[in-house]
Design a protein around this ligand. Structure first.
Ligand code: C5P
Length: 220
């Protein structure tokens, strides 16, 4: 029997670290769907496509060749053969990604790719719509949250190299991104009815991983 574990939640909730940790503990593959939307956004910016123009984004959305690895210890991602693991994490991409990911043609293409990767099972997939749209039959669905303040602090640590990314700036940008992600028409960020909600505000990474592993164990 194979298992699919879906981990959804807002930015900075600790999804990536938790999903990777669970994948490592179980010897599963790991899928970072956010990295795919970021890769698409990086390509659009490089091609000077107006990212706020949904028609312009849709018209070019079939072009970039996006390939990504599913090893939780080295989840590399390439666009047209170029490793973009680092540039997809810049503030420029982060602030443009919600606009690009709200375009239905982009979602249609990336969701198909995600389903192909998930199909063989034994995978932990993280994103915003895994439990609701990409893998609605996933045996384990987690909705990971944390207070806005804690989420902003976690992001700032990730963006340590960027001097503009203070807690205040990050908190504002993050709130804007979460609002866009949860109010868009196509597959908004929303908790699946059958998802287990874990609030990580007061929990350490290890405790979150343990909680998810307990839910996974119930299925085996
Ligand atoms: O998870 P991460 O913060 O890297 O995701 C970047 C962006 O990609 C999100 O803000 C959201 O706009 C988009 N995304 C999405 N659906 C997913 C994963 C990410 O729309 N399943």
């Amino acid at each position: 029997m194979t298992l699919v574990i879906a981990v959804d939640g807002p930015s900075g909730s600790g999804k990536s670290s938790a999903a990777k940790g669970v994948a490592r503990a179980l010897g599963f593959r790991y899928l970072d769907t956010g990295a795919m939307y970021r890769a698409m956004t990086w390509w659009m910016l490089r091609e000077a496509v107006a990212v706020l123009d949904a028609d312009a984004v849709a018209a070019r959305s079939a072009e970039p060749v996006i390939e990504l690895g599913t090893d939780p210890d080295a989840p590399a991602i390439q666009v047209d053969g170029v490793d973009v693991s680092v540039p997809i994490r810049t503030r420029e991409v982060t602030n443009a990604v919600s606009a690009v990911s709200s375009v239905p043609a982009v979602r249609k293409r990336l969701v198909l790719l995600q389903r192909e990767i998930i199909a063989p099972g034994n995978i932990v997939a993280e994103g915003r719509d895994i439990g609701t749209v990409v893998a609605p039959d996933a045996a384990v669905k987690i909705f990971l949250t944390a207070s806005e303040a804690v989420r902003a602090q976690r992001r700032v640590k990730e963006l340590a190299a960027d001097p503009v990314a203070t807690v205040e700036v990050t908190r504002t940008e993050q709130a804007r991104r979460d609002l866009l992600d949860s109010t868009r028409k196509t597959s908004p960020l929303i908790k699946a009815d059958d998802a287990h909600e874990i609030d990580s505000t007061e929990l350490g990474l290890h405790e979150v991983i343990e909680a998810i592993l307990r839910f996974a164990k119930e299925q085996t």
